[in-house]
Design a binder for this molecule. Structure first.
Ligand SMILES: NC(=O)c1ccc[n+]([C@@H]2O[C@H](COP(=O)([O-])OP(=O)(O)OC[C@H]3O[C@@H](n4cnc5c(N)ncnc54)[C@H](OP(=O)(O)O)[C@@H]3O)[C@@H](O)[C@H]2O)c1
Length: 259
């Protein structure tokens, strides 16, 4: 068993902790988070019965074979550098941060490609885990851990991961932002936004069978100028949304031409 410490118990650290507790390859010997977390919170978040395995004091970090770094992107290098032991496997969980070049450690990446929120359950076995390591030996360790918690393990280097993360921002974060705008447009006219739920579900479901390009519908693709003009008129008090509408419509038309 690989003895591991998980640093950062935010959205990813919380879900990764739960998943690794089920792994037959890893024993998590310590959970470390910069801010204190109450015993009750730790129990409900990651099932810890006591504070014994938890610390918020970086000086109390235990020696382990491996460290998972699930902290915000900007703090990753600083946290890696603060690990006081030498030549340990240190894997961050970010989609956009390159493999560390910290000479003290065996650097690696363990990036779960999913959107995580603490309050929402996920099925880790279905989550693609993108692994990368500075050496074959380390990659092999990561591979066995990743395979123990997921059925979808991919070797993705830093350049590919950057592109993958960019892609994820478009298909997840931007799309979710558009859901938010749709919700606001509904509520501002007294419509329950739940009415959009079947439409959202079908939009997601149909790209399993059709490519996103084939699945595209709507006034921009059809070139329905009157409808688009009417939409822009409705948005006349919100120039930012008008701009967004025009930008996305132009992009749909541009991509549609490639049919
Ligand atoms: N959320 C996702 O959907 C997702 C998916 C895949 C990968 N990731 C990656 O996973 C990593 C964590 O993301 P997250 O969503 O879990 O973030 P999060 O929920 O915002 O949690 C951030 C964590 O970083 C800690 N932290 C922030 N600044 C720190 C510092 N200077 N020193 C030490 N710890 C610090 C926070 O500690 P405090 O509690 O003290 O603030 C917290 O534990 C990021 O690299 C992110 O790119 C996220």
């Amino acid at each position: 068993m690989i003895k591991a410490v998980i640093i950062g118990l935010g959205n990813v650290g919380t879900h990764l902790s739960r998943a690794l507790q089920q792994s037959n390859q890893v024993e998590v010997i310590q959970y470390l988070n910069r801010s204190p977390i109450s015993e009750n919170e730790l129990t409900s978040r990651i099932g810890l019965a006591s504070l014994d395995k938890f610390t918020h004091d970086f000086d109390k970090i235990k020696e382990a074979d491996m460290y998972f770094i699930a902290v915000k992107d900007d703090a990753i290098e600083e946290v890696i550098d603060s690990i006081p032991f030498q030549q340990k496997i240190v894997a961050h969980t970010s989609g956009s941060v390159a493999l560390s070049e910290n000479a003290k450690h065996q650097n690696a990446v363990f990036y779960p490609l999913q959107t995580f929120s603490k309050q929402r359950e996920v099925n880790f076995s279905e989550i693609p885990i993108c692994i990368e390591a500075a050496s074959k030996k380390t990659l092999h360790v990561l591979e066995s851990i990743a395979n123990s918690i997921s059925n979808k393990v991919f070797y993705i280097d830093s350049i590919q991961r950057k592109q993958l993360h960019l892609s994820a921002v478009f298909v997840c974060n931007f799309v979710n932002h558009l859901y938010h705008i749709g919700e606001n447009l509904c509520t501002s006219k007294g419509i329950d936004p739940q009415i959009l739920a079947p439409l959202i579900q079908e939009t997601v479901a149909k790209i399993v069978d059709l490519s996103p390009q084939d699945a595209q519908t709507g006034p921009a693709l059809r070139g329905d100028q009157q409808t688009m003009k009417a939409h822009l008129e409705t948005l006349k008090d919100n120039t930012k949304l008008q701009e967004l509408y025009q930008l996305i419509s132009a992009s749909i038309q541009e991509h549609g031409k490639k049919l």
